[in-house]
Design a protein around this ligand. Structure first.
Ligand code: PLP
Length: 412
């Protein structure tokens, strides 16, 4: 994607200064944080909003009539409204929860478990994160359904004709990542969901790696369920959400029982609250969602299209420089990809690379990235993964590449 004028006009260095952690040193070197696909850093406004909640408004939600109780409820519901507007959905269709893992398990246990049976199939893609594989395996074990796998093309794109051919009548559910956390591939989820809907297949999109990096319009995607996580979105850990079509939320039984999710409890039967509250048992991460609301305001102020363009620019620069290193292999070369670069270097173990890079102040992830089936298909035990965000700089990319060259010389 080319840089937009809006992207060129933004002072990215000034925005970077909003992130206090990025000013620290690691092992005496300026930190180069290239692990944003793992978790994102937090701007001052998010930290301040969370701090302010605990200092001035802390109370439980939806329970107390006192002033603090109303303020806390308004702050929490305000965050839901902000997130809903950010993702182009209705607030009453957005379940707030601890993140993608919870959201996908909610769909698994509340939607899939009561519906699937022996003879049914769940279709997942080769590039899914374990969070979008293991819950479906657990449901398959309980129901007798089977798991089908949609394979990839060598460049890391989904093989779409094969995917559509795999959408056979026994497939009841399709689970697909919007963006791969290993390959960076941006999947054409609107087209995929349209094809699935034509065949009566319910669709679950894992938006963990898309929502922080590009404009996402869930309504335009046309899926049945969309899961995301707040800590990759400049928000606090333990926050995230599940958007679902209202008809699903109405029909699904509660996943967890407890306070908040009921209208009336009697020993001879309990009346549940309306969605989305029906799925929000217990005290939520109120301060976390206040912080996530501030994150959404912050990102909206910059503009997600500008963020996408900025990250595409950083990705192009980093990919070009990395390709000049002898023996370096990049996994995932789809034309549409997010700023995630998984790579290996011949003869060098990824953990050794990451450990020595850390001593140079560079934080990258090494390992299997919660995607064992994908790594098995790639034929490598582990990779290093550099994942960038808009707060990174071209100078950091150059310093990372220089550090990598140094480390490779040491390990050779
Ligand atoms: N799906 C993808 C594609 C991810 O990258 C991640 C996190 O790395 C998850 C799901 C799980 O997210 P969380 O651990 O926040 O629930």
């Amino acid at each position: 994607m080319n840089a937009t004028p809006a992207h060129d006009a933004i002072d990215w260095d000034r925005l970077r200064a909003d992130f206090p952690l990025l000013r620290r040193k690691v092992h005496g070197k300026p930190l180069i944080y290239f692990d944003s696909a793992n978790t994102g850093q937090k701007p001052e406004c998010v930290i301040a909003a969370t701090d302010d909640f605990y200092r001035r408004h802390n109370a439980n939600v939806s329970r107390a009539v006192h002033a603090l109780g109303s303020e806390a409820t308004e702050a929490y519901e305000g965050a839901r409204r902000k997130l809903a507007a950010f993702l182009h959905v209705r607030a009453d269709e957005l379940v707030l929860c601890s993140g993608t893992t919870f959201a996908l398990n909610l769909v698994a246990y509340s939607w899939a478990l009561p519906r699937l049976q022996a003879g049914d199939a769940i279709l997942v893609t080769r590039m899914e994160h374990h969070a979008n594989i293991v819950p479906w395996q657990l449901i398959a074990q309980r129901t007798g359904a089977t798991i089908k796998v949609a394979e990839l093309l060598p460049d890391g794109r989904l093989d779409l004709p094969a995917l559509y051919a795999a959408m056979t009548p026994e497939v009841k559910l399709l689970a697909v990542a919007h963006v791969s956390n290993v390959l960076g591939t941006l999947n054409p989820v609107a087209e995929i969901c349209r094809e699935a809907a034509r065949r009566g297949i319910t669709t679950v999109v894992d938006g963990s790696q898309a929502v922080p990096h590009m404009p996402v319009d869930i309504a335009a995607i046309g899926c049945d369920f969309y899961a995301f996580t707040g800590h990759k979105l400049c928000g606090p850990t333990g926050t995230g959400g599940l958007w679902a079509k209202r008809e699903h939320l109405q029909a699904m039984p509660p996943f967890l029982g407890g306070g908040e999710m009921i209208k009336e409890v009697r020993f001879d039967g309990t009346a549940f609250n309306d969605p989305p509250h029906k799925f929000e048992a217990g005290t939520p991460n109120i301060a976390g969602f206040v912080g996530l609301g501030a994150a959404v305001d912050y990102l909206s102020g910059i503009g997600m299209a500008a963020i996408h363009a900025r990250e595409a620019d950083l990705l192009a620069h980093a990919s070009e420089e990395l390709r000049k290193i002898d023996g370096l292999r990049i996994f995932g070369n789809a034309p549409d990809k997010a700023a995630v670069i998984s790579f290996t270097i011949d003869g060098v173990h990824s953990h050794d690379l990451a450990t020595l890079l850390d001593l140079e102040g560079v934080a990258v992830r090494s390992g299997q990235h919660c995607a064992h089936p994908l790594l098995q298909w790639l034929g490598v035990g582990t990779t290093c993964r550099a994942s960038l965000a808009f707060y990174n700089t071209h100078a950091e990319v150059d310093a990372f590449v220089a550090a990598l060259r140094k480390v490779v010389r040491l390990l050779a």
